[in-house]
Design a protein around this ligand. Structure first.
Ligand SMILES: [Zn+2]
Ligand SMILES: [Zn+2]
Length: 161
């Protein structure tokens, strides 16, 4: 997603609005595979700040990912704000302003990584899977739990013998 900043490079403070989208199938994020179900949309503003380009805006997309607890794939969405700088000499805190052009793709992907959750759960109270039989406990319960003995109960069973 390259865009020309030629028109706003002339005067300090000049700005222009920008919007566009990038198509990605998947993205690896800390061992999780994010599968995009919509294009990655970006809309924002480019501002000439003393010859550097300040990019502010919003990233928005929908995706599918596997739940960390039950392993089922579920739908989610991300919406996040960005505020980045493009400079003629690239630094640790900025992206490269190449001539009169900037490329938003790396910046957008970096911000997606920064804003995706660390833990993916299909729902806050996901019950996960039974460690014995593998049943997804969100869908149905299994009988394994009944064989689990509560220490307090076993004392009682002993007493009743
Ligand atoms: Zn789950
Ligand atoms: Zn079970």
């Amino acid at each position: 997603m390259r865009c020309s900043v030629k028109d706003i490079l002339v005067n300090d403070g000049d700005s222009t609005e920008i919007s566009g989208s990038i198509e990605y199938d998947t993205l690896e994020n800390n061992g999780d595979t994010i599968t995009f179900t919509t294009p990655i949309e970006f809309s924002g503003e480019l501002v000439n700040t003393n010859g550097d380009i300040n990019v502010t805006g919003e990233i928005e997309f929908e995706y599918k990912v596997k739940c960390h607890r039950c392993g089922e794939e579920f739908n989610s969405a991300l919406k996040c704000d960005v505020n980045e700088l493009y400079t003629v000499t690239e630094t640790d805190n900025s992206y490269l302003l190449k001539g009169d052009e900037i490329d938003l793709e790396d910046m957008i992907i970096d911000n997606i990584h920064l804003n995706l959750p660390i833990k993916f759960l299909c729902k806050d109270d996901c019950k996960g899977v039974c460690t014995i039989c593998g049943t997804n406990l969100n869908n149905k319960s299994c009988n394994c739990k009944k064989t689990e003995t509560d220490p307090r109960l076993s004392v009682l069973t002993e007493l009743l013998k």
